[in-house]
Design a protein around this ligand. Structure first.
Ligand code: FAD
Length: 445
């Protein structure tokens, strides 16, 4: 009798525990799983197609497709060191281990994410080698929908469908290359490579390379390539040239407008001959597993309809972590996740669907008025991201991004633009109270 009562009690408790599905075991997925667990009354289930945690930080020399025929996910290159110091990069409740260097090799970030998963006991909740193939909403008369998630076990090739009360999409946004349209590009006979497939500089030895795009990857790869290439043209449409000193074989030129068999015409009419064009032109948002009924669209690089770039305005039991770019990813993920979870448990009251939609439309209209192209809607940069983190953290009462970290972020961004070849020689040390930082140049204060 007692046994029967206990089993009924267990069933009852299980039925009351909210099941939160999480797609992806990169930084965003791990952070989501951690906060779901920490909240209590909810259990995460993380599906990760790879064999380990880390997402984009798992380096592979391979390009193209993996052993299961899926596109290679990571865009990591062999020698990459972070472009943010580890003092800013870490999750607020789990700093990077101390060490002399601030700009660390990608393997250190991967190790950090593994220890995060270990520390917060996330491994029991992660299903590796599980590829999410399809998501459909299960509509309800009252309240937001549940989600049917069909997942393929890559080893057994079997597919199972799990129903979750809420779903957090953390599939990463640096995997599907974006190519700009260039007139007559098919006539170009040289090599065309996207930064997604760039691994190391030796294949470019003695070549003349046009790097298209001068954001984070374009700048970093440009420096690496300059060590082996004969000449690197860094082609971009920034209103003025980047004021930093560059290696002698690097030349900043205007954006590419047209191609011929052996080179490119630039927007100022000049022509450059090149053996290779390396597209550092960014990535597309892609959610191939979301069916049309999920109601999510991607147009002009905007994921819609999302409240505060996270919560599905029509179906607020679905969230997307890490949509904004030009940010401090891990801290921002942390605030986004806590915000969404607070809304799930009604600790945070969301505005009505109409109000959330109009908040999004107002933000877009303001950008348009300021002359910003809609494709930059999710591009935060310095001031927008600091204001956003303050707002999102503030609404759920979590400790905001510390002002000294915001200051450090600005210092690093300025150094990067003014002293690109040397900014990673600096290292930073936060003081014991976590209120300020010291800066070292090659180990000297
Ligand atoms: P990801 O790390 O991409 O993780 C997504 C996960 O989802 C992956 O593990 C993938 O396998 C899984 N997945 C995708 N689809 C499915 C599916 N259908 N089913 C199951 N699993 C799926 N950030 C910094 O803070 N500092 C830096 O210096 C820095 N440098 C960077 C350099 C490069 C080259 C790139 C590409 C990014 C860099 N970033 C940097 C940004 C980095 O992307 C973020 O820091 C962060 O790691 C992104 O985490 P994520 O979880 O959103 O995505």
């Amino acid at each position: 009798m007692l046994k029967l009562q206990l089993s009924i009690l267990h069933k009852f408790i299980r039925s009351r525990i909210m099941k939160v599905g999480i797609i992806g075991g990169g930084a965003a997925g791990l952070c989501s799983a951690h906060h779901v667990l920490a909240m209590g009354g909810m259990t995460p289930i993380v599906w990760e197609k790879a064999a380990k945690v880390g997402g984009t930080w798992i380096y592979t020399p391979e390009c193209g497709r993996d052993k299961y025929g899926l596109p290679i996910h990571s865009s990591m290159y062999e020698n990459l060191r972070t472009n943010l110091p580890k003092e800013i990069m870490g999750f607020p409740d789990f700093p990077f281990p101390e060490g002399e260097a601030s700009f660390i090799h990608h393997t250190e970030v991967c190790k950090y994410l593994e220890s995060y998963a270990e520390h917060f006991n996330l491994y029991p909740y992660i299903q590796f080698g599980h590829h999410v193939e399809m998501v459909t909403p299960v509509l309800k008369e009252d309240g937001p929908p549940a989600w049917n998630v069909s997942v393929k076990n890559m080893a057994t090739e079997t597919t199972e469908t799990t129903t979750c009360d809420a779903l957090i999409v953390c599939n990463g946004h640096y995997s599907v290359p974006r190519y700009p349209s260039i007139k007559d590009i098919s006539a170009y006979k040289g090599r065309k490579v996207h930064s997604h497939d760039y691994r190391e500089p030796s294949p470019y030895k003695d070549s003349t390379v046009v790097i298209l795009g001068a954001a984070a990857s374009g700048l970093d790869i440009c420096l690496e390539l300059s060590t082996t290439a004969k000449k690197v043209f860094l082609s971009h449409n920034h209103p003025v040239n980047i004021p930093s000193e560059f290696p002698v074989n690097v030349e900043q030129v205007r954006g590419v407008v047209a191609a011929s068999d052996n080179g490119f015409t630039l927007s100022d009419g000049t022509f450059v001959e090149a053996d290779v064009i390396l597209y550092c032109t960014g990535y597309e948002y892609s959610f191939p597993f979301l069916t049309e009924e999920c109601g999510i669209t991607v147009e002009e690089n905007i994921v819609k309809p999302l409240y505060k770039h996270v919560i599905h305005t029509t179906y607020p039991s679905m969230a997307f972590i890490g949509i904004p770019f030009q940010i401090c990813p891990f801290p921002l993920f942390d605030f986004q996740v806590q915000h969404f979870i607070a809304s799930l448990i009604h600790k945070l009251k969301l505005p009505t669907c109409e109000e959330m939609v109009s908040a999004m439309e107002d933000e877009l209209a303001q950008l348009k008025e300021a002359g910003v192209a809609p494709r930059h809607y999710h591009k935060f940069g310095r001031s927008k991201q600091l204001a956003y983190m303050k707002e999102v953290a503030g609404e759920v009462g979590c400790r905001p991004f510390q002002p000294y970290l915001a200051k450090l972020f600005i210092v690093v961004m300025i150094r990067l633009l003014l002293d690109l070849t040397r900014f990673k020689n600096y290292s930073y040390e936060t003081d014991k109270n976590g209120c300020d930082f010291k800066e070292y140049n090659n180990g000297v204060v």
